[in-house]
Design a protein around this ligand. Structure first.
Ligand code: E4P
Length: 217
């Protein structure tokens, strides 16, 4: 499973890169606003930090505007993926940009039929928002399961990018139902490896080792 970091905070991202487990990055207009950066500067810097796909979101809502913004964002770096919302214009623009060779991440997906249309429009990634569905009393993971089945039934190669993942449990469940990637905030990345029993066990081993008076080197 590919792990993407959902952030426009380059400091937070820089701290995770040395793990070697960051496969890509996703941003959205809210994350860019939170960073206080100009989108072109933030995306260019992030793209230089990671080899994998970096999603940069257009904010135009009309077809021509989406194309213009998508083409601008695509030129920022070779690993930019243009992110477009799952609207009629977004799907149209997804088809056009995909045919031009630009990978598109279709975002704000909340239903299986939306995901089916994104695949038909040539999307490289579909982003179902599991956390926001859960927040609204729906079952976000069930949506990932449905999309997996539909894409497998018809051989669509659009990658399922589990988005709005709020916990390590979300990531585990998304992996179990076959999501190709998950995008998570830095806090969730850390929560994936931290375990109280690991800490307690390590301390016990170190305490016992100290009693031996040995050193390995
Ligand atoms: C995905 O690409 C979005 O940026 C993100 O996952 C949204 O997460 P949120 O619902 O926690 O804001």
């Amino acid at each position: 499973m590919q792990i993407f970091i959902d952030t426009a905070d380059t400091e937070a991202l820089a701290a995770l890169i040395p793990t070697g487990m960051v496969d890509g990055v996703t941003t959205n207009p809210s994350l860019i606003a939170k960073s206080g950066r100009k989108i072109a500067d933030a995306i260019t810097e992030i793209c230089a930090m990671v080899d994998g796909p970096v999603s940069a979101e257009a904010v135009a809502t009309d077809y021509e505007g989406m194309l213009a913004e998508g083409r601008f964002l695509r030129e920022l770096a070779p690993n930019v993926v243009v992110k477009l919302p799952l609207t009629e214009n977004g799907l149209r623009a997804c088809r056009t940009l995909s045919e031009e060779g630009t990978p598109v991440n279709v975002t704000l997906c909340f239903s299986a039929t939306q995901a089916l249309l994104a695949a038909k429009s040539g999307a490289a990634f579909i982003s179902p928002f599991i956390g926001r569905l859960d927040d609204n009393g729906a079952d976000g993971m069930e949506l990932i399961r449905e999309i997996r089945t539909i894409y497998d039934n018809y051989g669509y190669d659009t990658q399922i990018l589990a988005a709005s993942a709020r916990t390590a449990l979300h990531v585990k469940d998304a992996a179990l139902v076959g999501a190709d990637c998950a995008t998570i905030p830095p806090t969730v990345f850390k929560a994936m490896y931290r375990h109280v029993l690991t800490d307690v066990g390590l301390q016990a081993f170190l305490d016992d080792w100290a009693k031996t008076g040995q050193s390995i080197l």
